[in-house]
Ligand binder design. Structure first.
Ligand SMILES: NC(=O)c1ccc[n+]([C@@H]2O[C@H](COP(=O)([O-])OP(=O)(O)OC[C@H]3O[C@@H](n4cnc5c(N)ncnc54)[C@H](O)[C@@H]3O)[C@@H](O)[C@H]2O)c1
Length: 401
């Protein structure tokens, strides 16, 4: 595994747990973890349960002992690491968004397609697909219980940078992160809605905004937390000395409308400025026969409205998705005994191991990751052109080209 902070910890928890909860054809062994700081990665290896550590990710790729490389770094290193790992015949799990640019994502998707022929598997880490209520949502749609899908309404709202003094972490720098709220959390709802509906976004009209354009430089960061660099040089301003700052080069919020190839109209909102909303991913889908709604902050539940019921009995049903019949749940606890955020990563690890061991291609593939990247790119271009309608190509066609 490369990177040991937020996602590194979440993935480590999944690799530690997956062998014990699921009956797998082969077991995961946590062999080697990589970080750039020897002291910190040594500590992380010990804390997170890895056998050994290294400060150069090339050691993972070169090791004959390693079958899977798990990429948990910021987007600016996904392509380089994943491409090298695939070329060395390693199966690759890569965090989302797949890359920072279309050209990187396309190269990764093309390499993944080539590697498939040699039995080398790859997956992009859109873990929310593996929340049981989300998997059930997809089943309801696939079983025709919603009829023809008319509307998709998706929001992913956070508030961790509302304070203008929050420092300029890598997530706020375009060269490190590719984009802001759009690629970080918007990518999740783009993938999730395409997955649940089985429909592809064909075009978008978007607006984006950067509300706070300059921020203090950070001392350090992990996940969504950071500290201001107190030792950084101060600059003289009209208001006296203040910490050195840098420019925010990504969006703070992105809002767009879209069309899906099955005829549905969709709205998307991704923001880091939704005061009070911590990790509010919500999706509602309206069809001719019913509606389903999901809220990540109540992830064990699904709301379902079945319009085929007798009129007198119609109404939203709250389904507690904890029965053994529900996706993934038979491996966990008795009905009603809830699961949480981290379980989605354990389910992701389970599906990845299962696919590798049984010789099938896991989903979401790198081509699926490219499909999301094409939407991110279209949103950015539309916003730059005054919200002009911008088409999104099918990813596979662009890989073949
Ligand atoms: N699936 C999800 O829900 C989810 C949530 C958060 C982040 N992510 C994604 O996971 C990735 C990592 O995000 P994070 O929140 O864990 O970031 P983070 O800042 O918490 O951790 C990044 C880690 O990568 C390491 N790193 C950076 N460059 C490296 C290099 N060249 N070689 C070795 N290590 C390097 C850092 O030292 C750190 O350990 C991003 O792509 C992000 O979009 C996904």
């Amino acid at each position: 595994m490369v990177g040991y902070a937020f996602m590194g910890a979440a993935h480590s928890q999944a690799w530690r747990t997956v062998n014990r909860v699921f009956d797998l054809p082969t077991r995961a062994r946590m062999s080697l973890v990589c970080g750039r700081d020897a002291g910190k990665v040594a500590d992380a290896a010990d804390r997170l349960g890895w056998d050994a550590y290294t400060t150069d990710w090339r050691d993972l790729v070169a090791s004959d002992d390693i079958d899977v490389v798990d990429v948990c770094t910021p987007g600016d290193s996904h392509a380089e690491i994943a491409l090298a790992a695939l070329a060395a015949g390693k199966h690759v799990l890569c965090e989302k968004p797949l890359a920072n640019t279309i050209s990187e994502a396309r190269a990764m998707a093309a390499a993944a397609v080539t590697a498939q022929a040699a039995g080398v598997r790859s997956m992009c880490g859109f873990n929310y697909r593996r929340v049981p209520a989300v998997a059930m949502m997809r089943q309801l749609v696939a079983d025709g219980r919603l009829g023809v899908i008319r509307h998709v309404r998706a929001t992913y709202l956070q508030d961790w940078i509302v304070d203008p003094q929050f420092p300029l972490v890598w997530r706020l720098q375009r060269d490190r992160a590719g984009s802001g709220a759009l690629g970080d959390i918007g990518a999740h709802i783009i993938d999730l809605t395409q997955y649940v509906t089985g429909q592809r976004i064909t075009g978008v009209s978007a607006i984006t905004e950067t509300f706070v354009k300059e921020r203090p430089l950070p001392a350090g960061s992990s996940g969504l937390a950071a500290t201001v660099d107190g030792a950084a040089p101060t600059v003289d301003g009209a208001d006296g000395h203040r910490p050195a700052t840098g420019l925010v080069t990504v969006d703070d919020a992105a809002v767009f409308v879209a069309r899906l190839d099955g005829g549905a109209l969709a709205t998307y909102e991704a923001s880091r400025f939704a005061t009070g909303r911590k990790n509010a991913l919500r999706v509602e889908i309206n069809g001719s026969l019913g509606t389903v709604a999901f809220d990540l902050e109540r992830l064990n539940e699904l709301e379902f409205y079945d319009a085929t019921r007798p009129a007198a009995e119609q109404g939203f049903t709250r389904i507690l998705v904890t029965e053994g019949e529900h996706p993934y749940m038979s491996a966990w606890w008795p009905p009603g005994h809830l699961i949480g955020y981290e379980h989605s990563f354990t389910h992701q690890a389970r599906d990845f191991i299962e696919a590798v061991a049984t010789g099938v291609d896991p989903a979401p593939s790198f081509v699926d990751g490219l499909q999301v990247q094409l939407v991110l790119d279209a949103v950015t271009r539309s916003a730059e052109l005054g919200s002009s309608w911008t088409e999104v190509e099918p990813a596979l066609a662009t890989v073949a080209a």
